[in-house]
Design a protein around this ligand. Structure first.
Ligand code: GAR
Length: 218
């Protein structure tokens, strides 16, 4: 089990996506294992989740660094030491710099709680509610130098109900995040993703049930 490729997961909060990734890995659904959980916040519940599974953790507090580049250089150092071949941002609420991006080219994934390119940045579900869209969802994408602008790997859609609150919509979206993030990680580790410009092509996508969901029940 321990010779599987290492995934580093970066969290700032609850870490429910981290949990979905750990669970999928433990069930053998991902050909890799979480070998590092890194947080910029010492009290992130994600760290607790990692400890429960015997996964090494690290805290790099952004407030201890003079600037974003210095913070990112430390992240790079800690991740490199873990031997990770893939870096997954899972509710990691820091904007990273080219120092971080260039250290792991095309090897950083992010999950966002909206159907990008709609509603990037923070509070995706609240933005969707304010705008009045009928459907929202989530997106797993490769990280690039913009905010939530990188090539899209997978998306899932959920209906927006008229009586939704930010919390109820975020929870409905989160359920789908937990489904598509492990799937995207599996595709990456199986070497099935190719990036050409903005577009990601997926080898064997037609054989993946539910890979793209259309016309969901409202
Ligand atoms: C998730 O909904 C994730 O998509 C979002 O933070 C939440 C973290 O939940 N990320 C962003 O908004 C990034 N812009 P979790 O800690 O329970 O996985």
């Amino acid at each position: 089990m321990n010779d599987r490729p290492v995934i580093a997961v970066l969290v700032s909060g609850s870490g429910s996506n981290l949990q979905a990734i750990i669970d999928a890995s433990e069930r053998g659904e991902i050909p890799g294992r979480v070998g590092l959980v890194l947080s910029n916040k010492a009290d992130a519940f994600g760290l607790e989740r990692a400890r429960k599974h015997g996964i090494p953790t690290a805290v790099v507090d952004h407030k201890m660094f003079a600037g974003r580049e210095a913070f990112d250089a430390k992240l790079v150092e800690v991740i490199r030491a873990s031997g990770a071949v893939l870096v997954c941002l899972a509710g990691f609420m820091r904007v990273v710099t080219p120092v971080f991006l260039r250290a792991f080219p095309h090897r950083i994934l992010n999950i966002h709680p909206a159907l990008l390119p709609s509603f990037p940045g923070t509070h995706g579900p609240a933005q969707a509610l304010r705008y009045g869209v009928r459907f929202s969802g989530c997106t797993v994408h490769f990280l690039d130098e913009g905010v939530d602008t990188g090539p899209v790997i997978a998306q899932a859609i959920v209906p927006v109900h008229e009586d939704d609150t930010e919390e109820s919509l975020a929870a409905r979206i989160l359920t789908e995040e937990h489904r598509i993030y492990p799937m995207a990680i599996r595709l990456f580790l199986e070497g099935r993703l190719t990036i050409e410009g903005r577009k990601v092509t997926t080898k064997g996508a037609e054989k993946i049930p539910d890979f793209s969901r259309r016309n969901p029940d409202a």
